[in-house]
Design a protein around this ligand. Structure first.
Ligand SMILES: *Cc1c(COP(=O)(O)O)cnc(C)c1O
Length: 462
């Protein structure tokens, strides 16, 4: 046995345990620390022993988000072909930075990018970048947006930066994700520049609210940030109406579609995101709804020139400019793994019909979990999933909100894992279904676990 055999055996043992192991980890920090040398070893260890030691140290602290009963935050598992391809990527150890450093990394990334645009129903000539996650996808796309809106004012932001530039307005859906705020910070725009836009429908920007905001400074360089799937209820903005209005006043429209962009891959769900292809840039994740392993974010823009102007750099020793696209002309990273390949694998394993079926299945399971739990005594449905996200509140007989305690009790049971959240100033349980392998049996086990947790807590309270 060599260290790769050991790693494969550990990986197989772990995957085989997903149906029976507790979804939440049960170990303490010391359970993990105590399995490793307490100081940097004076002498090296055989590779086999290292792999065994790290496997043993990690085991008590592993969260089984690849299980079919993980519904917290927004996390998918990893499809078999995507996982296997990810492992090959590590073995090949390619630097997918230029076509000349890794022809395979560059050419296969072109195929992955083409499939991605086709799967998501976005313009075939859009530019794309495979980055670490949606956080960096926002940073990349918003850097392109920053270039685009300032170039129209004759300002070269790559050369001059933001010192003395015309002030950029950021009009963002009030329910934007915190990663949007951090990207604006990283880009030198700061979080205070966000002008939050709301509306009558929960999580959505109203047309007249956007129109009024744009009219306040029609000539200012402006970026409008809309949502495809907010993380609480999966609300989507009315792209078909809001994109043309924004663009008519010269604004760049960026969409946070970390998971919600995948709705456009399902004929059943496309009405929720109608007009999404009209935007100027999109940020999404493979490691959420596409079910690739982590490290698979994607930034996509309608304006390849703005995108590459924001990211490209040159150095005398680089050998670029050939017939194959150089990945680093579009990414904020220099050296990078061939991270497009798990996406390529997932898209090929699913195909158009399989992708739509997976997205639809997750939505159906989300509704089934919601309906099953909301019907329990003490539970109140707050938001029935229109996509894959739902909210439920739990109350004790005395009227106290016990949502956090119910979530904690379900998670402690090991049967399922959910997260809490705040919606309209009250604590709720969030349900998010993204996993390719969630089954009807997983749904039934989760509803049963919630029922048990709720009745135990109510007995204690009585
Ligand atoms: C998860 C998420 C993000 C951030 O994505 P990362 O891949 O964690 O960087 C941004 N927006 C929304 C709506 C999300 O759900």
């Amino acid at each position: 046995m060599d260290s790769l055999d050991i790693a494969f055996a550990e990986a197989r043992r772990y995957l085989a345990s997903l149906d029976t192991r507790p979804v939440a980890s049960r170990g303490t920090p010391d359970d993990m620390r105590s399995m490793l040398p307490s100081h940097f070893p004076e002498h090296g260890m055989p590779a086999n022993d290292v792999v065994r030691a790290i496997a043993a140290a990690a085991e008590p602290g592993l969260t089984a988000n690849a299980s079919g009963r993980f519904f917290a935050w927004v996390k998918g598992g990893a499809l078999p072909a995507a996982l296997a391809t990810d492992i090959m990527c590590s073995a090949w150890d390619q630097n997918a930075v230029l076509a000349s450093t890794s022809p395979a990394g560059a050419v296969l990334e072109e195929v992955a990018g083409q499939y991605l645009l086709e799967a998501l129903g976005l313009p075939s000539d859009a530019s794309y970048a495979f980055v670490t996650g949606c956080q960096m996808a926002h940073t990349t796309a918003l850097a392109a947006a920053r270039h685009g809106v300032l170039a129209r004012q004759g300002w070269d932001v790559e050369a001059k930066g933001l010192q003395g530039s015309p002030a950029i307005r950021i009009l963002a859906n009030a329910h934007h994700h915190s990663s949007v705020t951090r990207s604006l910070r990283l880009l030198g725009l700061g979080s205070d520049c966000i002008e939050p836009l709301g509306g009558k429908a929960p999580g959505k920007v109203d047309t007249d609210v956007l129109q009024a905001a744009l009219a306040q400074a029609p000539d200012a360089p402006t970026i409008v940030i809309l949502n495809a799937g907010d993380l609480n209820i999966g609300a989507c903005d009315d792209f078909e109406v809001l994109c043309p209005i924004s663009q008519a006043s010269g604004a760049w429209v960026h969409v946070d579609g970390a998971f919600g962009l995948w709705a456009n891959a399902s004929p059943r769900l496309t009405p929720l995101v109608k007009g999404i292809a009209l935007a100027d840039s999109w940020a999404t994740d493979g490691h959420k709804w596409l079910n690739t392993p982590y490290d698979c974010g994607m930034a996509i823009t309608r304006d390849p020139q703005a995108h590459s102007a924001a990211m490209r750099m040159t150095a005398a020793y680089l050998n670029s400019g050939g017939p194959v696209r150089d990945p680093m002309d579009f990414t904020p990273e220099w050296s990078r793994r061939a991270r497009s390949l798990p996406t390529l694998a997932a898209l090929m394993e699913l195909g158009r019909d399989g992708l739509a079926a997976m997205v639809d299945r997750c939505c159906d399971h989300a509704v089934a979990i919601y309906d099953g739990i909301a019907a329990l005594d003490g539970a109140t449905g707050i938001a029935r999933p229109t996509m894959n996200q739902g909210l439920i509140r739990f109350d004790a007989k005395n009227g106290n909100n016990i949502s956090d305690a119910v979530v904690a009790a379900i998670n402690a049971s090991g049967e399922a894992f959910l997260s809490g959240g705040t919606w309209n100033a009250e604590r709720v349980m969030r349900i998010s279904v993204c996993g390719w392998n969630t089954s009807a049996n997983d749904v039934a086990r989760t509803v049963a676990a919630a029922g048990k947790a709720l009745s135990q807590l109510k007995q204690q309270a009585d």
